[in-house]
Design a protein around this ligand. Structure first.
Ligand code: FES
Length: 279
C-alpha cells in the first residue's frame, strides 16, 4: 500500500492545540530565587494561605494562580514567576496548569470578565442571543472580556451571566445596556438579579440584609385569600413538563433512585479492600 501523507497542523503536530512547541535550545527552567523575585506582600500571604491547606503544595497551584491573576490582570510571565518563587515550583509547571484552565488567562485580556453561559439550559432560554448582544454592546472595549462559557452551574437562573464571579440572571434582553454600563463603571451588576441575594433553604445562608428581589405580590395575595378557611383549593400550577411526581399519571419512579456507587476494580496487586481489612 502506498504511503499516505500524514496531515499535520502548521506547528508540525497532528494534534490541534499544541501551538507552543518545546524550545530545546533553552536551558531547563529553574525555580525563581525568592531573594531576587519581589512579590507583593498581600499576594505572598494569600498564596501561602492556600498552600497551608494542602499536604502537597502543588495542590494550591490553581488558587495561587487565580490570586496572581487578580493582582496582575492575567497570568503574565511576571505573575507566574512570583507564584513560582513563593510555591518553590518552576514557572513551566505553573504555565502547564494555567494553560489548561479556561478561567486562567495566559494572554492579556480585559480585566472585567463577563462569562455568558451558552450551555443547554441557558441556550434554551436565549443564552446565545444574550452572548451576541453583550458582544455587540461591549464592542472592542479592551477592558472588558466577553466570552461564551459551558455550564456555570446556575441553570436555575438561565440565561445567566458571570461578571467577575458574580452570578446574575435571568438576564433579559432589555437589561443588556444597563449591565454593560455597570461592568464598565465597576458598579454592582444587576443587584436585584444576583444569585447570592436569592433566598435559600439554608438558614445560615444570606443572613445579610439584601434588597429583596421583586415578588409577584398580586399572585401571592390571591393565593393567600383562597387558602383562607373555606376558600377553594388552589388549582395545580400549569406545567409543560407533564404531571408532577406522585401524580397517578406520572411515570413510575425507580424504587431505588440512588446512583450506583463507583468502586475501583480490585486486583491481587491492590491488596484487600478496606472493608475486608476490618474484622
Ligand atoms: S446551563 Fe447555564 S448555568 Fe447551567
Amino acid at each position: 500500500m502506498a504511503d499516505q501523507e500524514v496531515k499535520r497542523f502548521s506547528h508540525g503536530s497532528r494534534v490541534p492545540g499544541w501551538d507552543d512547541a518545546v524550545d530545546l535550545t533553552k536551558d531547563p527552567q529553574e525555580i525563581p530565587d525568592p531573594a531576587t523575585t519581589p512579590v507583593p506582600a498581600d499576594l505572598r500571604a494569600e498564596i501561602e494561605h492556600h498552600m497551608a491547606k494542602y499536604p502537597d503544595r502543588r495542590s494550591a497551584a490553581i488558587p495561587a494562580l487565580a490570586a496572581a491573576q487578580h493582582v496582575h490582570g492575567w497570568c503574565s510571565p511576571e505573575a507566574v514567576r512570583q507564584v513560582a518563587a513563593v510555591m518553590r515550583l518552576t514557572p513551566a509547571y505553573l504555565v502547564s496548569v494555567a494553560s489548561f484552565y479556561d478561567m486562567l488567562d495566559t494572554q492579556p485580556v480585559g480585566h472585567r470578565r463577563v462569562y455568558v453561559c451558552t450551555n443547554i439550559s441557558c441556550s434554551l432560554r436565549g443564552g446565545r442571543r444574550l452572548l451576541a448582544q453583550l458582544e455587540d454592546a461591549v464592542g472592542d472595549d479592551p477592558d472588558v472580556q466577553v466570552r461564551g462559557f459551558e455550564c456555570l452551574g446556575a441553570c436555575d437562573i438561565a440565561p445567566m451571566v458571570s461578571v467577575d464571579g458574580i452570578y446574575v440572571g435571568p438576564v433579559e434582553t432589555g437589561e443588556v445596556d444597563e449591565l454593560v454600563r455597570q461592568v464598565r463603571e465597576g458598579a454592582d451588576p444587576l443587584p436585584a438579579k444576583q444569585l447570592i441575594k436569592r433566598p435559600s433553604a439554608d438558614p445560615e445562608a444570606n443572613t445579610r440584609e439584601w434588597e429583596q428581589p421583586p415578588t409577584d405580590f398580586a399572585r401571592v395575595a390571591g393565593d393567600l385569600e383562597r387558602l383562607a378557611p373555606g376558600g377553594d383549593p388552589l388549582p395545580p400550577e400549569p406545567s409543560s413538563f407533564g404531571p408532577p411526581m406522585g401524580h397517578p399519571e406520572a411515570p413510575a419512579v425507580d424504587a431505588d433512585p440512588t446512583a450506583p456507587v463507583e468502586q475501583a476494580p480490585s486486583s491481587p496487586e491492590e491488596g484487600p479492600k478496606q472493608s475486608e481489612e476490618t474484622p
